[in-house]
Design a binder for this molecule. Sequence first.
Ligand code: ASP
Length: 402
Amino acid sequence: MSLWSRRRFFLTSLAGTAAAGTPSLLRASTPEDGSDADVFVPQSAPAKGKRPVMISSANGVHALQKGMDILKSGGDTLDAAVAAVTVVEDDPNDDSVGYGGLPNEEGEVELDASVMHGPTRRAGSVASVRRIKNVARLAKTVMERTNHTMIVGDGARRFAVAEGFEEMNLLTEHSRKIWLAWKASSSFNWRPGIDSPEWVSRSAAARKEDYAQHEVFQERLAMICDHDPALMARAMEVILDPPTGTINCLAVNDKGEISGTTTTSGLSWKISGRVGDSPIIGAGLYVDGDVGGAGSTGKGEENIKISGGHTIVEMMRKGMSPNDACLEALHRVARNYNNDKKKLGTFHVYFYALNKDGVHGSASLWRNGYDPNKRAKYAVHDGTEGKLVECAAYFDEIGGDQ
Ligand code: ASP
C-alpha cells in the first residue's frame, strides 16, 4: 500500500476508536517526494477519554499498576509516572533501562532521563549518568532541588550522590557477556549513518551470514557465553541490530492534571557521551498542562531531528487526536529520508500521546515492533488493569532491517 493511501486509511478510519479523540485532521495532499503540503481537514468527531489513565511503552505494562495506585489515592501525576518507570529501572531483566541496561562501547552503562510536571509547568533531566540506577527520580530531583533543567555526565553522578542516591555497578553479568560478544564483533558507530551520502547499505541477513561463516568469532562467542544457546542467540541479535529501548510513561489524574517521564540506557554500544532523545525536553518527552503530553522510544537521533514530543503536543493543541498527532510526527521522520524504506528500515520509532481529557494514542513507524513477528503495541492502564493495545502503524510493512 502506498504511503499516501496508508495515511488516508488511518486518518479516515480511526474516527470513533478509543485512541482517536479530538477531531483528527487529514492532510489534503502529500506530494510524491514526501514533502509537506501542510493542509489539514478535520475528519472525525471528538471522542471522550477516561480519567485517571496512564500509558507507557509496552515494557511498562506490568509497572503501570504501581502508578495507578498513586493516582487513585489522590497522589501526584509525576509521582505516579516515576513510580511506574522505577519498577522497570530496577528490573535487571529489562536490558534497555536502568540496572542491567546494555552498556556503551566501553562497557559502561550510561543512562538518560527526563520528567515534566504539568501542574507546575516544570521540567528536569539528566544525561550520560553512570552508576546511578533511578535516573527518572534523579531528573525529578534536578527539577525540584536545583535552579537548572538539565545536568549531564559526571556532574549528574556527583549531584546524585550529594542528594543521597546510591552509587552502584549497573552492568549485570548478562549485559557484560553480551557486551563482550559485541566487542568480539565490530563497531559501526564510527562510520557515517543513514543520513550521510557515504552510507553503505548491507542487510542484516548478509551480515548474519558473515558472522555465521566466521569460525574464530563463533568460537569466541560460544566461549564468552559459556555455550549457553539462549545467551548466544541474544548476543547475535543485539550485535546485528544494536537495540534501543526505553520507557516513556504519561499519567493524567481525575482532575485532568498531567505529567510524564522518559528513562533509558539509550542505544547499546553507543560512543561514550552519546545522548539520545529521552532526556531532551521537546523530543523524548513534552508535557503542557493545558494540552497533554507525548513521548517516544526508538532511535533517538531521528526523533531529535523533528522535536517529536513538542511537535505532537502542538498538533494536539490545534485539535488533532493523539493518534493522528503521532502519525504526523512519523510523517516528518519519514520525510527526512524521502520515504526511502531501505534507510527507514534500519530503525524503529514509536510515539505515545495522552491529552488532558484522558484520550490516548500511539503510532509506530512499522506495523510490527522490535519482534518482527508481533504487532507494535503500547501499554494502557485506565483504572482497571494494565493492558497492551496495538499502535497505529505509519507503514503497513513489517519493517526493520529484516
Ligand atoms: N530513544 C532512546 C535513545 O535513542 C532509545 C530507545 O528508545 O530505545 O536513546
